[in-house]
Design a protein around this ligand. Structure first.
Ligand SMILES: [Mn+2]
Length: 356
């Protein structure tokens, strides 16, 4: 595995590349052109400029998170083929710049959903949290304003104000899209992009839905072992792969995370490893990475990745906000650095135990 940190670019991230470089074992970042809208074309010049920024600090781009998929592609509307062509051209330009892993998701309307961005824990740290009760009491059109007030002035991924202004129309767009239709549309998309992925060896890595169940009646299809294996089989090409996000699949306690990793052997191209603390099955908060601070056995998750020969980029995921830091919720420097150090420690121990 290759330890990385997510970085949103010079213009958007409170965390600096030189700080990331000082985290032991981190040699690369997972980044994006954050001001692109889904459906836009990324030019080779823009990608080269991003790469130059990263390499100037002696880091490398280990992959892109994300090249977002437009609602036209997800719903199969009239603009779909034009957006797919832009996606193909974007992949071509990434390939020419020697970038070989692209994370994306296929969630309708909202990216991940949390109901609190700064729940205070006993130690004074704050974390993102989710309760079904809060969702059930909320008008989905108000979701954005309830999230935006809490984000320390940053733009949260998947919650871009430009999109959220049209949230009512977005819901309208999805009104006839059920799980089967959404599945058909993702297969259509993947089949269209596989040739360019094969040409440049670009591994597509779908991020799971978060939480792993339907919110506001919207369909969810990337949420458990059966459904992700169905997608792997529907487009049976190694370039059709997975971002294994423990904190997203893990929102459902029915998902056996180490078992899923083993079932997906060879198709996991990127890993987000973080922990959740469950108060009840529908009320959870994002804890520190350490097993004992949350609900998951992080050792077993890392062992499953090791034993299935995982070689891709990995990153600590959302961290707590600690030590007075002000940053995008989940994406401060300090707790993610602690997470990276912890995951590196687990990996070293697992590797040495195997070799002994
Ligand atoms: Mn994730």
């Amino acid at each position: 595995m290759e330890m990385t940190l997510r970085w949103y670019g010079t213009k958007f991230d409170t965390v600096k590349l030189w700080q990331i470089r000082q985290i032991p074992g981190v040699k690369g970042v997972i980044t994006t052109l954050y001001d692109k809208q889904a459906g836009d074309l990324w030019t080779q010049e823009e990608i080269a400029a991003l790469k130059k920024d990263v390499e100037a600090e002696s880091l490398k781009i280990a992959g892109i998170e994300s090249v977002n998929v437009s609602d036209a592609i997800k719903t199969g509307s009239a603009q779909r083929d034009e957006h797919i062509q832009n996606y193909i051209d974007t992949l071509e330009n990434l390939g020419k710049e020697d970038i070989h892993m692209v994370c994306y998701n296929f969630m309708p309307v909202f990216d991940w959903t949390r109901t609190e961005l700064a729940r205070k824990r006993a130690d004074g740290s704050t974390v993102l949290a989710y309760t079904q009760e809060a969702i059930d009491a909320l008008d989905p059109e108000k979701m954005f304003s309830s999230i935006a007030g809490d984000s320390n002035g940053t733009v949260m991924p998947g919650w871009e104000p430009e999109r959220m202004e049209h949230v009512k129309e977005l819901f309208e767009l999805y009104k006839d899209i059920d799980e089967e239709k959404l599945f058909e549309n993702i297969v259509y998309f993947l089949k269209a992009i596989m040739p360019v992925c094969n040409k440049y060896d670009i591994k597509m890595a779908i991020h799971p839905d978060d939480p792993a169940w339907s919110v506001f009646g919207l369909p969810r299809i990337i949420n458990n072992e059966k459904n992700i294996l169905r997608l792997m089989k529907a487009v049976d090409d190694v370039h059709n792969g997975v971002t294994f996000c423990s904190g997203s699949y893990g929102t459902s306690l029915d998902n056996d995370l180490p078992h899923m990793i083993r079932a997906l052997e060879g198709r996991i191209h990127f890993a987000h490893v973080r922990n959740l603390k469950f108060i009840s099955p529908t009320n959870f908060e994002e804890s520190a990475h350490l097993s004992s601070d949350g609900t998951f056995d992080m050792y077993e998750i890392m062992r499953a990745l090791y034993e299935t020969g995982f070689e891709g980029p990995i990153r600590p995921d959302h961290g707590r906000m600690i030590w007075g830091e002000k940053a995008m919720p989940g994406y401060g420097l300090y707790d993610r650095a602690l997470g990276a150090a912890y995951l590196n420690g687990l990996w070293e121990a697992i590797e040495k135990a195997h070799k002994a």
